[in-house]
Ligand binder design. Structure first.
Ligand code: NAG
Ligand code: NAG
Ligand code: NAG
Ligand code: NAG
Ligand code: NAG
Length: 415
């Protein structure tokens, strides 16, 4: 009877009195005490082990891309510090010539490509940096006119082989902006054929590793719907959603790359479209422009009703294509004059009827944070040679892109 009560007390975890029988106390000493001691002693070790294993798994599993474009038209030299944390460096552009062939134009373009060889080979030594060339340009017509002529197309393919010979690259990007609806099929075919060509080239060179193939899309509805995304993703290593798009920038006064808001097709809208359609966030990159835009003779594009930083352009508004937050341009303003727009997550300035929209440390960090939270495969910076003293690049580096999720876990509400 007494025994039963004690057992019940033990089971219920009720307060035990000093009247615990001797045999129960011994049991506690012999069985539970050593167990507790073992647990206490092992906990830190188990914790450390689990940390180590998690870190190992994460360092093996997190393959987020940091892609940087550099241009033939900027003057700034690249530094190793700018390149050391990139996974891919893409030279813009190898242009499509009148006969369909692709090459880096003679003169300043070739000089630029050669000038950067030293620093690139230094960066390639220390890491796993892949060097690529963007083939094409911002002109929507170069691809359709090349593809409609069989001779030009043959020149195109064989000159790609030559591009690899001449520039010691690891891959190419098909840079075809503003794909028209009529070109949807030819675009898809081209990507497939270029992949086939690169596989043949790899085999003929006895190379083990595949060449890298990538392409781009606009974030805007009217162009992104002209790409068979799932077909394209079968053949490319990644697809970059460029956030800037001259065709649309000129229709609204406002920031180049709003994370949210705007009239339509914010970065968030665009990324959601691609992720939901392809279910492969790991193959997508979010484009981050390192340049801004400046509008003169305009009004402050705040639309208070909808909390937007965007108004349709009016007659008299005049946009200047580029605005940089760097030495020369930065003289025009003090950081204290910069405002922050919460919804679009971008900085801006409005002075003397001039509107400046651009990126700063906070806005690139917001975009990098978004990339992590939405489990996107990486970022693509357009362009690293437009940075001011490495400020934006450093800000990008300060954000960890690894989400600790399965690489294709979808972080959008797709329906
Ligand atoms: C960038 O690369 C350097 C040199 O490889 C390395 O020490 C540093 O930890 C890297 N930074 C990030 C944020 O990955
Ligand atoms: C698509 O490519 C074919 C050649 O493969 C060409 O004959 C046709 O005109 C192209 N279509 C368009 C819309 O340009
Ligand atoms: C500014 O806009 C006004 C009216 O919108 C126009 O009359 C004027 O010519 C414009 N000024 C410049 C410098 O474009
Ligand atoms: C980015 O995320 C970090 C960590 O969650 C946070 O501390 C920081 O404020 C975020 N930055 C922006 C600009 O959203
Ligand atoms: C960027 O980071 C590098 C290396 O960490 C440092 O030397 C440089 O001063 C930084 N630049 C800026 C503008 O913070």
């Amino acid at each position: 009877m007494h025994d039963q009560t004690t057992r019940q007390e033990l089971l219920q975890g009720s307060r035990r009195s000093t009247s615990v029988p001797v045999n129960e106390t011994n049991k506690f000493r012999e069985v539970f005490l050593p167990l507790i001691i073992i647990c206490i002693a092992c906990a830190p070790i188990a914790y450390l082990l689990s940390l180590l294993i998690t870190e190992l798994i994460l360092s093996q599993e997190c393959h987020k891309r940091v892609v940087g474009y550099y241009t033939v038209w900027e003057q700034k030299k690249l530094t190793v510090n700018q390149l050391e944390n990139l996974t891919h460096l893409i030279f813009m552009f190898a242009l499509i010539q009148n006969d369909g062939s692709v090459k880096v134009n003679e003169g300043s373009h070739t000089t630029r490509a050669y000038d950067m060889k030293e620093v690139i080979s230094m960066a390639r030594k220390s890491g796993s940096l892949k060097l690529m060339m963007a083939v094409g340009d911002h002109n929507a017509n170069v691809y359709p006119s090349m593809l409609s002529d069989p001779v030009k197309k043959e020149n195109f393919m064989s000159s790609i082989t030559q591009l690899f010979e001449d520039h010691d690259i690891d891959g190419i990007e098909i840079f075809w902006m503003f794909v028209a609806e009529k070109d949807k099929v030819n675009h898809s075919k081209l990507i497939r054929e270029v992949r086939k060509h690169l596989t043949n080239l790899k085999n003929s060179k006895g190379r083990n590793e595949n060449y890298v193939l990538s392409t781009i899309s606009s974030r805007y509805t009217e162009y992104r719907e002209h790409i068979y995304n799932n077909e394209v993703l079968k053949h490319v290593d990644f697809l970059t959603i460029l956030t800037h798009d001259w065709a649309n920038i000129n229709k609204h006064v406002g920031p180049v790359a709003p994370l949210y808001g705007g009239p339509k097709d914010s970065i968030d809208d665009g990324m959601k479209y691609f992720v939901c359609q392809t279910k492969q966030p790991s193959k997508l990159n979010l484009g981050i422009p390192f340049f801004g835009i400046q509008w003169i003779n305009t009004s402050l594009p705040i639309d208070d009703d909808r909390n937007q930083l965007s108004i349709p352009t009016k007659a008299g508004d005049k946009s200047y294509s580029y605005f940089f937050w760097r030495e020369e341009d930065a003289k025009a303003f003090f950081p204290s004059e910069v405002s922050w727009h919460e919804k679009s997550q971008t900085p801006y300035m409005f002075q003397n009827n001039v509107f400046y929209g651009f990126e700063n440390e906070k806005s690139v960090q917001a975009k990098a944070n978004y990339t992590r939270i939405k489990n996107i495969g990486g970022i693509a910076i357009y362009a690293i040679d437009q940075d001011n003293k490495n400020i934006l690049m450093n800000a990008t580096k300060s954000v960890n892109l690894c989400s600790r999720e399965d690489e294709n876990k979808i972080q959008y509400d797709c329906e």
